[in-house]
Structures are given as structure tokens and as C-alpha cells.
Write a protein that binds this ligand. Structure first.
Ligand code: BGP
Length: 469
């Protein structure tokens, strides 16, 4: 549909930007912080670790002032579980509480709405050593951790996100650094971890509603439309399979309180089904989200899987280059351009994804990530001409507006990332931010902040409520 008149972005639209704790904060072992799985993971040689990252832990006031200058209405960040509970559970580390309290206050003073992710990949290592999400004690630890956040920050934070990209952790966890290869290959155990996370999430949603009646809470998976590579019915079926396994499994559970039937039958066929305890489904059905947050970078195209017992999970291509025997094979889409990091660019797919989510769940939607990773170059005079990023974001915002005109209830847009940070698995040179941080993979230089061209562009976009491009 080519609308002649576009609806405006709604009043109070959450124009924001995102980060996550371990990718931006640094100070990995300061003020009592314990190690997380991310701190203990091995990353490709030559890429930065997460020890200093963007040093946001020490420079958050300067960063928030820049976010305010850009005009952000919202800032989506995560709390590092190991700052609050260094061992995942036990005694509260008051210095961790003090840091986030001060960050939240700083945001509120600048009229920036905090959107808080409770858990973004960085499970406490101490819990991982006791079996991680396979051990149901982790459910209790997560609930206790979330309860602590609600107790301390529940009167200030209106938007909470339960778990970032649970689907990517399950389908891609060893690349992210949340599981080692052994765990990643134990598919049955993996889906048990998945189930336990669903139970934990539902408990926390319910608790949030009880403890913070003025707040809203939702899950934050990575959702993207799945295209069949051709109109061959078998390819269409493969796309349908992968949609259920990659996307709907993660949203049917919180929204409808049940397992997606195609995903469940896939798990049965592969002998991956989790053990579901007596009252688990009741618990799951009792924690309904207020909105759906999701991260969108690109669509995925699949064909019928032709191979027997073929399972691939390559490191080279992102976000998922996976195939499963008789289910689907991810392939590339010849109609789409790619980023320098080989990710397909698909703004129209963004509109399609927004519509699909709207039709399926009929809930308000919040985009918690969308953006372009690139090898930005600092030019003379402290200039970064990231026109490619502006182009990417502009096209996605245009499609978001079309989706709003289509009737989608979109409440906010928080691109990745507010400021440069360490990529999940491709180091510091893969820049995403509106604000440049002067360092490279190994040389920390002066870590000074420099506004990119996209900073000024986004500022104008926000000021005009998405009208000026
Ligand atoms: C998402 C994660 C983010 C972020 C982003 C970009 O999957 O939620 O943490 O890293 O992807 O990915 P990458 O850093 O691999 O380019």
C-alpha cells in the first residue's frame, strides 16, 4: 500500500537509543562487580574484550548530557546482574545499586525516560558454574534479582524489559559468548534452559505488575520476518517453520501462555522437548506482557532443507546462518544490499515485521534495537561522516511511519546504539553509535566522545517528531 497521507508519530513517542551494560560500561571488576559469563568467554583473536569498553561506568554523566543534547526522550540500557549480586544471588552489592540509582536520576533530571533491560546476556558466572539456566535455582536467582531492581528503582522506572534476545541466546549462544560450544550442541538441554527462562520471565512479569502498578514490562526478543527464497511451496513451508522456531516460540509463550505448536512439534521430532513441571504452564500464563519490545536488524530468507542430519552454525555470517535437517536452511537474499559486515539491509522488511507482530499479538510495540554496524573513520577536525548510518536509519524510520499508518501501535524507537561500544562478537571497530568513542581494539587512546554526523541528524529527526529527514 502506498499511502498518500502518512500518520504522524504519536504524541509522547519514545525516540530513544540503546546500549547494554557489558558492551558500554567497562569497570568489569570494579566496586564489587562479580564476573559474568561474558567476562569469562573467549572472543575471536584481535577483537576487544569487555574490560574497559566505552568506560561509560566512569563517564555516564558526560554521556547522559550528550544524550540530552541529542534530544533523546528515552534511553534503553541494561543492568549488570553481577553489579547487584556479584555471585548472582546472596548479599546485595550497594555500590551497584548506587551506580544505577545515580544513572537513572541523571536521566530523569534530563527528562530522558529510562527503559531498563533486566538481563542482557551477562548471566553471573557463579550461576553458570552451577548449571546456569539448566538449574532451576537460576529461576529463583533471577526473580530475586528482579525483585531487588523493582524495590530500589520501581518508583522511577516505567518501562522494564525482562530478557534481551532469548531467541538469539538459544539459537546462537556460543557466538555471543553466553554458552560454550558444548552446551550449544546439547540441543535438548538448550531447550530446557529456554523453558526455564520462560518460567522465570513470567514470574518477573507478574511480580512487576504487583510491585510496580504504574510500570509496564515486556520481553525483548530479536524478531524478523522470514522470507521463502522462492514461491516453491516447500520453501514457503520452510519459512513458516523457521518463523515459528525463531520468532513465534518466544512471543506465543508470554502473550498466549502456550507453546507455539509448530515449534513444539519440531522439538518433539528432534527430541529437544523440555521437561515441563506441573505448574509451569500456569505460571507462564499468569505473566502477560504490557507491550512487545523487539530488536530488528534484517530479515532472514530460507529454503527447504535438502540435507540429512545437517546442522550448521557458522561464525562467519550473522545473525543466524543455521540449517536443520528437514526444517529450513538459511540462504541469502539477492534483492538486498549488505553492510560492510555482511548483514542484509531491509527497511521494507521492518514494516512487514511490524505488521506481522501487530496482527499476531495486537499489543503496543517498542523497537529496542535497529542500526548499522560500520567501520567509521575519524577525519581531521574530529568529524565522522557516517552518511551510510543516516541512510539506514532514515529508511527504517520511514517504514516505521508507514507501519503506523497501516495501524501498527508503535510506541517507541531506540536504535542501536546510543554511543559506540563493543560489538557482541566483532570488536570495537564495528561502530554503531551516534557518538564516536576514540579508541580501537587494543589501544584505549583517550576514549573521548565525538558527535558524529548522525548525531546532528537524529537530533533534528527527534525535534521534528520524525517529520524532517
Ligand atoms: C543484538 C544484541 C546487542 C548488539 C546487537 C548488534 O543481538 O542485543 O547486544 O550487540 O545485536 O550485534 P553485533 O554487536 O554482533 O553487531
Amino acid at each position: 500500500m502506498y499511502h498518500e497521507e502518512l500518520k504522524s508519530f504519536p504524541e509522547g513517542f519514545l525516540w530513544g537509543a540503546s546500549t547494554s551494560a557489558y558492551q558500554v560500561e567497562g569497570a568489569w571488576n570494579e566496586d564489587g562487580k562479580g564476573p559474568s559469563v561474558i567476562d569469562m568467554a573467549k572472543y575471536p583473536e584481535g577483537t576487544s574484550d569487555f574490560k574497559v569498553a566505552s568506560d561509560h561506568y566512569h563517564r555516564y554523566k558526560e554521556d547522559v548530557a550528550l544524550f540530552a543534547e541529542m534530544g533523546l526522550k528515552a534511553y534503553r540500557f541494561s543492568v549488570a546482574w553481577t553489579r547487584i549480586f556479584p555471585q548472582g544471588t546472596g548479599e546485595i552489592n550497594q555500590k551497584g545499586i548506587a551506580f544505577y540509582d545515580s544513572l537513572i536520576n541523571e536521566l530523569l533530571e534530563h527528562n530522558i525516560e529510562p527503559i531498563v533491560t533486566i538481563y542482557h546476556f551477562d548471566l553471573p558466572y557463579a550461576l553458570q558454574q552451577k548449571g546456569g539456566w539448566l538449574n532451576r535455582e537460576t529461576i529463583d536467582a533471577y526473580v530475586n534479582y528482579a525483585k531487588t531492581l523493582f524495590t530500589y528503582f520501581g518508583n522511577k522506572v516505567k518501562y522494564w524489559l525482562t530478557i534481551n534476545e532469548q531467541n538469539m541466546m538459544i539459537l546462537h549462544g556460543s557466538n555471543i559468548g553466553v554458552f560454550d560450544k558444548n552446551i550449544q550442541n546439547q540441543r535438548k538441554e538448550l531447550f530446557q534452559q529456554n523453558h526455564n527462562m520462560f518460567v522465570a520471565q513470567a514470574k518477573v512479569i507478574k511480580m512487576c505488575h504487583e510491585m510496580c502498578p504504574n510500570a509496564k514490562i515486556g520481553p525483548a526478543p530479536n524478531i524478523s520476518s522470514i522470507y521463502p527464497a522462492s514461491c516453491k511451496p516447500e520453501d514457503v513451508l520452510a519459512a513458516n517453520n523457521f518463523s515459528s522456531i525463531r520468532n513465534w516460540l518466544y512471543l506465543d509463550i508470554p502473550v498466549f501462555g502456550r507453546y507455539n505448536s509448530v515449534a513444539w512439534s519440531y522439538m518433539e521430532e528432534k527430541s529437544y522437548t523440555p521437561t515441563v513441571q506441573d505448574d509451569d504452564m500456569e505460571i507462564i500464563a499468569s505473566g502477560k506482557p504490557d507491550f512487545i519490545a523487539f530488536n530488528y536488524y534484517r530479515t532472514t530468507t530460507v529454503t527447504k532443507n535438502e540435507y540429512d542430519n545437517y546442522l550448521a552454525d557458522s561464525r562467519d555470517e550473522q545473525p543466524l546462518d543455521t540449517a536443520e535437517s528437514g526444517v529450513y536452511t538459511v540462504s541469502s537474499n539477492p534483492h538486498l544490499e549488505k553492510t560492510q559486515f555482511n548483514w542484509e539491509i531491509d527497511p521494507v522488511g521492518f514494516r512487514v515485521t511490524l505488521r506481522e507482530l501487530n496482527e499476531r499479538y495486537n499489543l503496543p510495540l517498542l523497537v529496542t534495537e535497529n542500526g548499522l554496524g560500520a567501520l567509521d573513520r575519524l577525519e581531521d577536525g574530529d568529524v565522522i561522516n557516517d552518511d551510510y548510518r543516516i541512510e539506514y536509519l532514515r529508511k527504517h524510520i520511514e517504514q516505521a511511519r508507514l507501519a503506523i499508518t497501516d495501524g501498527v501501535q508503535l510506541i517507541g524507537y531506540c536504535p542501536w546504539s546510543a554511543i559506540d561500544l563493543v560489538s557482541t562478537h566483532e570488536g570495537f571497530s564495528k561502530h554503531y553509535g551516534f557518538i564516536y568513542v576514540n579508541r580501537d581494539e587494543s589501544d584505549l587512546k583517550d576514549l573521548r566522545r565525538i558527535k558524529k554526523k548522525s548525531f546532528y541528524w537524529y537530533k533534528k529527526t527527534i525535534a521534528s517528531n520524525g517529520e524532517i529527514f
